[in-house]
Design a protein around this ligand. Structure first.
Ligand SMILES: [Zn+2]
Length: 335
């Protein structure tokens, strides 16, 4: 099964292109992470190859659909980032270009799907230009990207652009409930993930993320203004909470959660409805924060958390960054 949430307009546009045989030689699927761009690329390949669908709607069950879904259709080539590499170099792109120059294996179209295309180095993108300018007649190239600043304007301008947007909270929650998650968890996950189905599912499937969020919130909840030793002890607690191989990644997650918590407290302090809060399930902690900080203090807390994240993304010493954050969070509290 292939399940895409939302994006009905995009799917219809792609189906129409298949029905009218007006496929572009290259596409740019642009938009935030985790909203279904890669799944849509698969859907598109299936609509082209499906033997049993109609009106550009793939059946998802025939031999060809199954081969696309299982990643073993000979005319669909993927360049994905399973190893988490920071960049796609010129050699990988050259190798791909060479392999798509020849005719398709089965006599029809052939696809080359490049995920996280923004990782292509400038050199790799330049190597791609000639293929974009003079594409082999049956090739359809799909560049999937969540950060176009890194793509060369000459690359972007040669692609038919499809813009993906975040899902609405209600759309995402309905999808998660349909998948069998309890309503309260689905509600929190859809709020926290900012409209990304991928992030929401990750959150629901990985209990460590839930636990890390709760533990972090209780560290923040227990901060006592003016107690320097306690600030330093809180840093140690965060280090324990985020230990292991992906320590920095865990810390960045914690900082996102912390920013959302102080943001919520600020909204609550100025009387915003609970339905607009991200962490509406943490009412007790929010109540306490609104009694410890005033609105300007909470605003500064959000800024300070974001500044700590900025430092960690730039590989500043994590312990120093957290120490400075916790000391400031204590200072911002009402005396
Ligand atoms: Zn099919």
């Amino acid at each position: 099964m292939l399940e895409i949430v939302g994006h009905n307009g995009i799917l219809e546009r792609l189906r129409q292109a298949v029905v009218k045989r007006s496929l572009a030689p290259s596409y740019l699927f642009a938009g935030p992470k985790g909203v279904g761009k890669f799944l849509t690329a698969r859907y598109f390949c299936m609509s082209v190859f499906c033997e049993a669908g109609s009106e550009g709607r793939p059946c998802t069950e025939c031999f060809n659909c199954r081969r696309v879904l299982n990643g073993n259709h000979p005319d669909v080539r993927y360049l994905t980032n399973e190893e988490g590499k920071l960049s796609i170099g010129i050699d990988e792109v050259r190798e791909g270009i060479e392999s798509v120059q020849t005719c398709s294996y089965e006599g029809g179209y052939r696809f080359w799907v490049i995920d996280e295309a923004q990782r292509m180095t400038d050199e790799a993108q330049s190597a791609m230009l000639k293929t974009l300018e003079e594409p082999p007649p049956t090739l359809i190239l799909i560049l999937i990207s969540q950060g176009e600043e890194q793509l060369l304007p000459t690359v972007i301008s040669r692609c038919r652009r499809i813009n993906f947007k975040n899902l609405s909270g209600a759309e995402l929650k309905a999808f998660l409930v349909k998948k069998g998650y309890p309503e309260d968890k689905a509600d929190v996950a859809s709020r926290i993930s900012g409209g990304s189905a991928g992030t929401a599912l990750n959150f629901l499937q990985d209990s460590e993320l839930w636990d890390r969020r709760s533990a972090l919130f209780s560290i923040l909840d227990n901060l006592v203004p003016g107690d320097l030793w306690q600030a330093l002890d809180s840093v140690t607690q965060v280090e324990d909470l985020c230990s292991g191989k992906s320590s920095r990644e865990h810390m960045l997650f914690c900082l996102d959660m912390a920013a959302s918590l102080y943001r919520d407290a600020m909204l609550r302090r100025i009387g915003t409805a609970d339905s607009l809060l991200i962490n509406a399930d943490c009412a007790q902690i929010l109540d306490r924060l609104t009694s410890v900080y005033d609105a300007p203090g909470l605003e500064r807390a959000v800024e300070e958390v974001c500044s700590c994240k900025f430092k960690l993304e730039r590989n500043v010493n994590a312990r120093l960054a957290w120490q400075s954050l916790f000391i400031k969070l204590q200072e911002f509290a009402l005396s």
